[in-house]
Design a protein around this ligand. Structure first.
Ligand code: HPA
Length: 265
C-alpha cells in the first residue's frame, strides 16, 4: 500500500456504498477463524460482496477465511459482517491488516466487534468456550499508528459492551488476549511467557485492528473463541483443522450472542 491508508479507506468506503447500495453502516463485525457460520444468524447473504472488489483489499491466504463483506440489518443497526481478515503474518504490512477497520470507519461505523480463535491459557476453558477480551498485550512489535498519534489505550475493549454481553450470557468470562506474530503457533516456553505476562489467551490477530478501531473513536467489543489449550499446557498437538472445527461447532451459539449484543447497542 503506497497510498495514504486513510485516503484509500475513504475510496473503499465510497465503493462499498456503491456496491451494497447502503450509504452508511453503524457496526462492523469481523468474524475470525471458524466463526463464519455465525454470519447466517445475523442475516442472509443477499447483499454480499467480495472484498477484492474494493480498493486496497487483497484475497485472504487462509482456509476458512472467505474474504467477503455482507451488509445486514440487525435490530436498528446497519451492520457490516466481514468474513475473513488479513493477518499480520501474511507480510502485507499493518496498513493492509487494518484496512477493513478503517474502511468501516470511513463508512460511518461507530461500533466494532472483533472475533477470533485463540489458544486458551486457562485449562477450565474447554474448546468452544467464548471469552470476552478485557485487554490485550501486543507482542507484534508493530502498530497501525504512524507518527505522533499518542492514543489513549487504557480501555481498548469497552466495559459497557462487555457488560451488555455478560448481561445476555452471564457464563461469559473475561481475559487478556496476547497477539503473537504467527503464523507458527507458540512454543510451550512462549505460552508460559504469555501466562507470566498476565495473558489468558494467545492468538495472531485482533490487537492491531483494535488499536485502529480506537484511533477511529469506535467502541470495541472483542470475543475470543477458545479452540485449543495453549501449546504445552496439555499433551495435545495443535492443528488448524481442529481450530476450524471448534469454531464451527460453536458458531451458531456465537451468532446468537452477537445478534443479541447488536440489538442492544
Ligand atoms: N495460538 C495462536 N493462535 C491460535 C491458537 C493458538 O493456540 N488457537 C487458535 N488460534
Amino acid at each position: 500500500m503506497s497510498q495514504d491508508p486513510y485516503e484509500l479507506a475513504k475510496l473503499a468506503a465510497v465503493k462499498l456504498a456503491e456496491l451494497t447500495k447502503i450509504e452508511k453502516h453503524d457496526v462492523l463485525v469481523v468474524l475470525g477463524s471458524g466463526w463464519t457460520p455465525a454470519a447466517d444468524v445475523l442475516g442472509n447473504g443477499e447483499n454480499e460482496i467480495v472484498v477484492t472488489d474494493l480498493p486496497g483489499f487483497s484475497a485472504p491466504a487462509v482456509a476458512g477465511h472467505a474474504g467477503k463483506l455482507r451488509s445486514v440489518k440487525v435490530g436498528n443497526s446497519r451492520t457490516l459482517i466481514q468474513m475473513g481478515r488479513t493477518h499480520y503474518y501474511e507480510g502485507k504490512g499493518v496498513p493492509a491488516v487494518v484496512h477493513s477497520v478503517r474502511t468501516a470507519i470511513a463508512s460511518g461505523v461507530k461500533t466494532i466487534i472483533l472475533t477470533n480463535a485463540c489458544g486458551g491459557l486457562k485449562l477450565e476453558w474447554k474448546p468452544g468456550t467464548p471469552v470476552l477480551i478485557k485487554d490485550h498485550i501486543n507482542l507484534t512489535g508493530s502498530t497501525p499508528l504512524v507518527g505522533a498519534r499518542f492514543l489513549d489505550v487504557s480501555e481498548v475493549y469497552s466495559k459497557r459492551l462487555r457488560n451488555i454481553a455478560k448481561d445476555i450470557d452471564n457464563s461469559l468470562d473475561e481475559g487478556v488476549y496476547v497477539q503473537f506474530h504467527g503464523p507458527q503457533y507458540e512454543t510451550p516456553a512462549e505460552v508460559r511467557m504469555a501466562i507470566n505476562l498476565g495473558g489468558d489467551m494467545v492468538g495472531m490477530s485482533t490487537a492491531l485492528e483494535a488499536i485502529a478501531a480506537r484511533e477511529g473513536n469506535c467502541e470495541v467489543l472483542g470475543i475470543s473463541l477458545v479452540t485449543n489449550p495453549g501449546a504445552g499446557l496439555t499433551n495435545e498437538k495443535l492443528n488448524h483443522e481442529e481450530v476450524l472445527e471448534a469454531g464451527l461447532a460453536a458458531a451458531s451459539r456465537m451468532g446468537d450472542l452477537l445478534k443479541k449484543v447488536i440489538e442492544r447497542l
